[in-house]
Design a protein around this ligand. Structure first.
Ligand code: NZQ
Ligand code: ZN
Length: 392
């Protein structure tokens, strides 16, 4: 076991109509002037934005709105948000939407609270010293950004997608009403379930420090998400399944399923971020498309964990060699992805990079991780290229 620091300061308010508590929560955390930040318009069409602005108006809390955060949120809108906040004297951010709106709000929060170019924090040039306080009303269970220390932004110039991690951006509160996710397209529901699983899988496949209690939490979470993802694939209006998946999404990326381990592998995410930057694919779908190729490339270097995953999570019979069992577990997870209509190759993802494109992605990925990264197996640029090739 490794020592760890578990820090989850976010107040979670879970259940029916909880979005109506937004104004009270903003007051509780000291907000006096609010930027409401959202995405491409789903919250306008569903009436959620109107309900939220009504509660703020009734409570006498002044606000300004900024929509337009796209999946793989862009730096240009972050700059726009920073200027708006400074002009309007905003001291609290309310993200209403999914990971993209939340991450964009976090970046705006860094930009307002620190001097200089906010991209420096995503380019690993400096670390932020502060962030505006942030609250979240979540509309898609997926990234866990509502409790995480992470924000991922894409700079249009060079299509560079990078993350910044700091406890400073962990939301003060997260309003989780599973009914708000009932309007999701099936594809986004499945992408979200994949991402949720992947945040725990990244922490699970490590070489060292694993704890029985953490494994039990992780394996239970993975089984729960798979079961409920299949329920939602057949019955998208199932509110109980929506609730299971929503809470799993927050727990999967708030650090809980990594306590005691060496910190996680994270290479599937890093490989996907290059896909997201270059081809603007949905994050969860990109992860599903690449995971099998990553797993087959690394599993021999992390065999006990892949064997345990196969038996305990994917119900593979413990018969045959460890390698055979591990490979069956990998195939079983890919079968699950297909059952919820997720891609298991780049072709199925709908992108067809040339050999040169693959080399560019592998190079950008290697640069982004400072040369090499990975706990199941440490990967270098040539390994990244091999995985991209295998995922075609
Ligand atoms: O933009 P709108 O109109 O709201 O539509 C969104 C978007 O098209 C739609 N949507 C969301 N809630 C809806 C809805 N449509 C109907 N009804 C609803 N209730 O779904 C689409 C996807 O939304 P988005 O916010 O992009 O999805 P997600 O939450 O998956 O966020 C993806 C982004 O987060 C990053 C990803 O890389 C990607 O950029 N990540 C952030 C992490 C973090 N901060 O901790 C960790 C993750 O690993 C990830 O990298
Ligand atoms: Zn993710």
């Amino acid at each position: 076991m490794f020592g760890f620091r578990y820090y989850t300061p976010t107040k979670v308010v879970f259940g029916k109509d909880t979005e109506l508590q937004a104004a009270a929560l903003i007051r509780e955390f000291g907000g006096k002037k609010v930027l409401i930040h959202y995405g491409g318009g789903s919250v306008v069409r569903s009436g959620l934005l109107q309900r939220v602005t009504d509660t703020l108006t009734e409570a006498g809390i002044p606000f300004v709105c900024l929509g337009g955060a796209v999946p793989n949120p862009r730096l240009s809108l972050v700059y726009e948000g920073i200027s708006l906040c400074k002009r309007e004297g905003v001291d609290f951010l309310l993200a209403v939407g999914g990971g993209s709106a939340i991450d964009s709000a976090k970046a705006i929060g860094y930009g307002v609270a620190n001097e200089g170019d906010v991209w420096d924090f995503y380019d690993y040039k400096r670390k932020p010293a502060a962030c505006l306080p942030l609250g979240v009303i979540l509309t898609i269970a997926a990234t866990g950004s509502e409790m995480s220390d992470s924000s991922v932004i894409t700079r249009e110039e060079g299509l560079v997608k990078r993350g910044c991690n700091s406890d400073l951006c962990r939301p003060r509160f997260a309003i989780l009403n599973p009914a708000l996710t009932l309007t999701l397209p099936d594809y986004q529901t499945a992408c979200g379930c994949t991402d949720i699983m992947m945040h725990t899988l990244e922490r699970y496949f490590t070489n060292g420090g694993n704890m029985e209690i953490t494994d039990a939490l992780a394996e239970g979470l993975l089984r729960t998400v798979m079961r409920n993802a299949e329920i939602l694939a057949a019955d998208p209006m199932n509110l109980d399944a929506r609730a299971e998946v929503m809470w799993a999404g927050s727990l999967s990326h708030n650090g809980l399923t990594g306590c005691g381990s060496s910190g996680g592998d994270w290479m599937t995410h890093k490989l996907e971020h290059e896909l997201g930057g270059l081809y603007d694919v949905a994050h969860g779908a990109g992860l599903a498309a690449i995971w099998g190729s990553w797993a087959r490339y690394v599993f021999r270097d992390c065999l006990p964990r892949f064997r345990q995953f196969a038996v305990r999570v994917m119900d593979v019979a413990p018969e045959g060699t460890d390698e055979e069992i591990a490979l069956k577990g990998i195939a079983a997870l890919e079968d699950f992805f297909r059952r919820i209509h997720m891609p298991t190759s780049l072709r199925e993802l709908g992108v067809s990079p040339t050999e040169e494109d693959l080399a560019v992605m592998a190079h950008k990925c290697a640069v982004g991780v400072g040369g090499s990264m990975g706990s199941a197996k440490r990967l270098y640029e040539e390994d990244m290229l091999a995985i991209y090739r295998a995922s075609m």
